[in-house]
Ligand binder design. Structure first.
Ligand SMILES: *Cc1c(COP(=O)(O)O)cnc(C)c1O
Length: 423
């Protein structure tokens, strides 16, 4: 009796191989993400050490070595000025996360074969620390940045961690550097915090890195929320897109940004601040540069709406600022306007403009905060957006004021997380 080795292909049990399912598996495979123990790579059974802020090793810089420049000087150079310290933590598939270190700011060393340098295994976050008018130091919804960082990290097969531990490390850096670099004598100022994770595994070959580095820096960043005359946007070149359905535009991975610079530089040369990225043959409005984008218009039926692109097709980044604008407007402007998250096209914006229904536009993100938009150029058309309050529309100004009051402690709010500083 011979056994045939060729059989009818077996139908496999229903296996979900969608990206969403893969992402969920990645999260499920992170052991004990919730309790801060044993988090690490997609490595279910391991009990390797997770990222643990309580193990922070502190090595102090000489506090007299560097003086704190004023904001204008700090932002006028060609290099980002960072504070005295940074935080680092390393991870290895074989040993999990190392004890994080807070140490003097300085260069990193990497092998030329490091994964990040070849395969863009990098993701980052951006948030600010605000010196309040009440003298206290605050972060704005840092839990959201920490959770988003985990999402981005897993998207590029870097190791997982408990987001609460990342949040504690961010707080630890500001607790040490806040008093000197964001002094109480400068209420209303901020520093920019940049957590990032990179694949450091020194082995060529397209594979998930088995070594990684987390680092957090704090630096000066210019204020960009009120360019004279408002932000001018140019839509993207017809044959270029920033992100696509099925891609990774929703993750804050470095790979999204480098390739966008070609269009951005071209627009800058023509006097525009950012690209308004459209998507598909329909020309859906998605994001403006690395900020989310909002329009206020009146519908033909006469309803006043605050409109922004939706998150569900994973084209755009789930901005903390975007989310906060949506939540605040739903709560505080509910008697005046309707907040709508939906797909809308540049043709709809053009039409609203032609019919005099376009009321305001602004971009929203940590770096540019709430930035009023005064003009959009799309092919042969120029859309001029009213600025009834001079440098801003009235709803833009209202929302910006509320957010700013929370950030700088004029309004006590759960989104404003106070950092207990040293001294
Ligand atoms: C960071 C970023 C934003 C803004 O997100 P915030 O959390 O509000 O800072 C929007 N779009 C893109 C593409 C981004 O990278």
């Amino acid at each position: 009796m011979t056994q045939t080795s060729t059989t009818v292909p077996q139908k496999r049990s229903a296996e979900d191989l969608t990206s969403t399912a893969m992402e969920q598996q990645q999260v499920a495979k992170q052991p004990a993400l919730a309790n801060g123990e044993a988090n690490g790579h997609a490595n279910g059974a391991s009990a390797l050490p997770g990222l643990d802020a309580s193990k922070l090793i502190i090595t102090r810089a000489d506090p007299t070595a560097r003086a704190v420049p004023d904001e204008a000087t700090a932002c006028s150079g060609t290099e980002t000025i960072c504070t005295d310290h940074m935080i680092t933590a390393t991870w290895k598939a074989s040993s999990g996360w190392s004890a994080p270190e807070l140490k003097p700011y300085g260069p990193l060393t990497l092998m030329p074969t490091a994964s990040v340098l070849h395969y863009a295994t990098e993701c980052f976050e951006g948030l600010k620390a605000y010196r309040g008018h009440d003298g206290r130091l605050r972060l704005f919804r840092p839990d959201r940045n920490a959770e988003r960082m985990l999402m981005s990290t897993l998207r590029i097969s870097l190791p997982g961690f408990d987001p609460r531990e990342l949040e504690k490390l961010i707080v630890a850096l500001m607790a040490v550097d806040g008093p000197k670099w964001l002094p109480r004598s400068r209420p209303g100022s901020f520093l920019y915090l940049r957590p990032a994770i990179i694949g450091t595994h020194p082995q060529l070959g397209v594979q998930a890195p088995r070594e990684a580095l987390l680092f957090i820096t704090a630096s000066f960043m210019p204020r960009m929320d009120s360019p004279p005359g408002g932000m001018r946007l140019h839509t993207n070149p017809e044959d270029m897109i920033r992100a696509w359905v099925g891609g990774f535009g929703y993750a804050k991975v470095g790979a999204n940004y480098g390739p966008s610079l070609l269009a951005t530089n071209e627009a800058r040369e023509r006097g525009f601040g950012q690209i308004l990225w459209l998507y598909g043959p329909e020309g859906y409005c998605t994001e403006a540069g690395a900020s989310n984008f909002f329009i206020v218009w009146r519908t033909r039926e006469g309803a006043l709406q605050l409109v922004t692109a939706p998150l569900d097709d994973k084209l755009i980044l789930d901005g903390v600022t975007r989310r906060s604008v949506v939540e605040l407007a739903r709560e505080r402007l509910k008697d005046e306007l309707e907040v709508v998250e939906r797909k809308y096209t540049i043709d709809e914006v053009l039409e609203a403009d032609r019919e005099g229904r376009l009321i305001e536009a602004f971009t929203a993100g940590t770096a540019f905060f709430i930035c009023p938009v005064s003009q959009i150029r799309h092919r042969d058309y120029d859309i001029h957006i009213p600025m009834v309050k001079g440098e801003s529309g009235q709803y833009t100004a209202k929302i910006k004021g509320w957010m700013s009051d929370i950030m700088y402690g004029k309004e006590e709010h759960p989104w404003g997380v106070v950092v207990q500083e040293e001294q």
